[in-house]
Write a protein that binds this ligand. Sequence first.
Ligand SMILES: [Zn+2]
Length: 299
Amino acid sequence: MRKFILSIMASVLLVLLVTGTAAAFSVEDVKAMTTELAESEYYSPELCMRYLEYKQQRVEVISYTVVKGDTLIGISGEFGVSLATICESNDIENPNYIKIGQQLQFPEVSGLLYTVLQGDELVALSEKYQVDYEVIWLANSLDSEALTPGTKLVIPGAELPNPMLRGTSVSRGIAKVNSGFIWPLQGRLSSTYGMRKGSFHWGIDITGRRGTPIRAVAAGQVISAGWSGTYGYRVQVQHKSGISTLYAHASKLNVAKGDQVSQGDIIAYVGSTGKSSGPHLHFEVRVNGRHVNPLSRLP
Ligand SMILES: [Zn+2]
C-alpha cells in the first residue's frame, strides 16, 4: 500500500516535471518537514520523497577533503549522513582509516553515490538497493533511461551494509569519543544505528524488562519529558558541549521538563509505548542537533 501511494506521488511529480510546473512549498511546509526529518525516529521513503520535492528533486553531492583530526564518524555526524553512506560511496573498507588530504564524495542525504558501470540499468539498480525507481530518477534529474558508464548516480536511501558490523562485535571498529557517558540500561543491543528495512534508524535499541530503570548517561537538564508520537513516552536531556540524549518507549517517566539530573539518576522505566514491538529503550545522541551513532559515545 505504501509503495502504491508512493508511486502515485511519484507519477504526479513526474507529470509536474514534464509539464514544467515546479511544486511550490510555503515556508511553513518546509519548517514542518525539517522538524519532522530531525525528530523522526524513522527516515521513511515518504519523508525522503518530500525532501526531494522540497529540494526540487535534485540531490546534491558533497565533496570534502579530509583534514587533520577528522574521523569518518565525525564527518558523518557533521554532514548528517550515515557512516555507510561515506564508506560505500568512497569504497572505504576500514572506517577507522582515512588519510589527511583524501577526497571524499557523498550525497547530501544518506544513500549511495554510485559509479555507473557498463550495462547498468535503472530498474536493476532500483531493485538492488531497494529504492524506488522514481526516487532515483528525481534525485538525479534524469531525462533519459540510458545511463552513461563512469558517471555518478545518487541513490538516496540505498540499503547499504552496516560498516560497523564487519567486526565480530557491533562495537568493534567504531571510533570512540570519550564523552564520560555511562550506559543508560544494561541489556542486549537489538538494533544499531543506520539503515534498517529501508528507513534510517536514528538510535540504538537496548532490550530490557518492562519497568527496569533507565538512567541519565551524564548530568544535564531535562528539556522535554512526555508523549511524542512514534517515540511513545520519551525524555530528552541537554548536557554540556551541545550534546543531548533521548530515551524513548518508556512505560513511565520519572522526571519533568526543567529538572536537573545527575549521571546515573533514574529518569524513566523501560516500556513499549509508541511505535515499538516489545519492551526496549530506544536511545539517541545528538551533537548540536545532529544525530551521531550512540555507540561512538558509550563506553
Ligand atoms: Zn529504536
